[in-house]
Design a protein around this ligand. Structure first.
Ligand SMILES: Cc1cc2nc3c(=O)[nH]c(=O)nc-3n(C[C@H](O)[C@H](O)[C@H](O)COP(=O)(O)O)c2cc1C
Length: 308
C-alpha cells in the first residue's frame, strides 16, 4: 500500500478521504450496503434515488451488460419516502459522507422529499434531472432543460439548507445553461453525468429488444468520452464543484476526470464489473499514477487539461 500521499478533497463542507464517490443506483438501497461500500474505501456514498411514493420500476430484464458497459431500464424502483426515511434515519455508522438522492414528477414531490431528507444526516442532496428511460422523470419528464432545472432546484433549495448537486445529461446543447440555472437557483454543484440515452439493443433471435422497457440508459466505458467532455465544458463555463461520473473504472480514468475539472469522481458500473474492491484498488492506482508524475496532491492536477 502506498502511503504519504494525501488524496483527501473538501466537498460540500466535508472532508472526503479520497475523491471516489459511489454513484446513485448502485448498491445504495440500504444502510448496510452503504456501510459496506464505505468500509471498502469510498470517499462518499450516494443512496438510490427516492420518490414520494414507492415505485416498482420497469419489467425485467432491467439491466444488460453488452461488452462496453451496461444498458439499464430499472425505472427508478424504490421503496418510497416513508420507508427510505426509516432506512436512512441513522447514518453515523456509515463512516463517510452520505448523499441523499431525490426524484419527483412535480415540484411538490421534490419539495416533500427535500423536507424529509433535510431532517436526516445526509451531508448533501442530489437531484437527477436527466434519466433517459423513465416516463415522467428526467428526460422523459421534460426536466432536462434550464427552465425546469431552475424551478425544481429552487423548490428543493427553499426546503433544505443542505448543499444540492444537480445531475445533468451529457451532450445536451444547453448543458451549460442548465448548470447556470442550477447555480442561480441555489445549487451547490453539478454531477456530470447520468446514463446516456435512450439506447436500445435487440436480441436477433427473438427479434425483440433485450430490456423489458425496450429502451434504456447506457453507462460504463462506452460513455466515458461524453462524460469527460461534459465535465470539461462545465468546468470552463460554470464556477461550481463538479462530480465527474460516467465510465470511470480505473485510476487513470479518475485522473482524466480531474484534469477535465472534476472535484470528485462518481463510480457506478465499475462497482459491478470490478467488484467492491474497486474503491480501494482505484485509490491505489491514483496514488501510483501521481507518484510516477511527481504530483503530491489532487488539487495540483484539477483542470490541467484547460491550460494552454
Ligand atoms: C443499474 C443502474 C441504476 C441507476 N440508478 C440511478 C438512480 O436511481 N439515480 C441516479 O441518479 N442515477 C442512477 N444511475 C446512473 C448512475 O448513477 C451514473 O450516473 C451512470 O451509471 C454513469 O456512471 P457509470 O458509468 O460509472 O455507471 C444508475 C445506473 C445504473 C447502471
Amino acid at each position: 500500500m502506498i502511503k504519504n500521499l494525501d488524496l483527501s478533497v473538501e466537498l460540500f463542507g466535508c472532508m472526503l478521504k479520497n475523491p471516489i464517490i459511489l454513484a446513485s443506483g448502485i448498491l445504495g438501497t440500504t444502510r448496510n450496503l452503504l456501510r459496506m461500500v464505505s468500509q471498502n474505501g469510498a470517499g462518499a456514498v450516494t443512496i438510490k434515488s427516492i420518490s414520494v411514493d414507492p415505485r416498482k420500476g420497469h419489467p425485467n430484464p432491467t439491466v444488460l451488460a453488452f461488452g462496453h458497459g451496461l444498458i439499464n431500464a430499472v425505472g427508478y424502483s424504490n421503496p418510497g419516502l416513508e420507508k427510505a426515511v426509516q432506512e436512512f434515519s441513522d447514518l453515523h455508522e456509515i463512516g463517510c459522507p452520505v448523499i441523499g438522492s431525490i426524484i419527483g414528477t412535480c415540484v411538490e414531490d421534490f419539495s416533500r422529499v427535500a423536507i424529509e431528507f433535510d431532517k436526516l444526516e445526509f451531508s448533501a442532496l442530489e437531484v437527477p434531472l436527466s434519466c433517459p428511460h423513465t416516463p415522467e422523470y428526467g428526460k422523459m419528464g421534460n426536466q432536462d432543460n434550464p427552465d425546469a432545472v431552475f424551478r425544481i432546484v429552487s423548490a428543493i433549495c427553499s426546503n433544505t439548507s443542505k448543499p444540492l448537486l444537480v445531475k445533468v445529461p451529457p451532450a445536451a446543447n444547453d448543458l451549460v445553461e442548465m448548470a447556470l440555472a442550477a447555480k442561480a437557483a441555489g445549487a451547490y454543484g453539478i454531477t456530470a453525468v447520468n446514463t446516456v440515452g435512450p439506447g436500445m439493443l435487440i436480441d436477433i433471435d427473438s427479434g425483440k429488444p433485450y430490456l423489458g422497457f425496450g429502451m434504456g440508459g447506457i453507462s460504463g466505458p462506452a460513455i466515458k468520452p461524453l462524460a469527460v467532455a461534459a465535465v470539461f465544458q462545465l468546468y470552463k463555463a460554470v464556477d461550481m464543484p463538479i462530480i465527474g461520473t460516467g465510465g470511470v473504472s480505473t485510476g487513470r480514468d479518475v485522473i482524466e476526470m480531474i484534469m477535465a475539472g472534476a472535484s470528485a469522481v462518481g463510480i457506478g458500473t465499475a462497482v459491478l464489473s470490478r467488484g467492491l474492491s474497486v474503491f480501494q484498488e482505484i485509490t491505489e492506482e491514483i496514488k501510483q499514477l501521481l507518484l510516477e508524475r511527481g504530483v503530491s496532491s489532487i488539487a495540483d492536477i484539477r483542470g490541467l487539461a484547460h491550460e494552454v
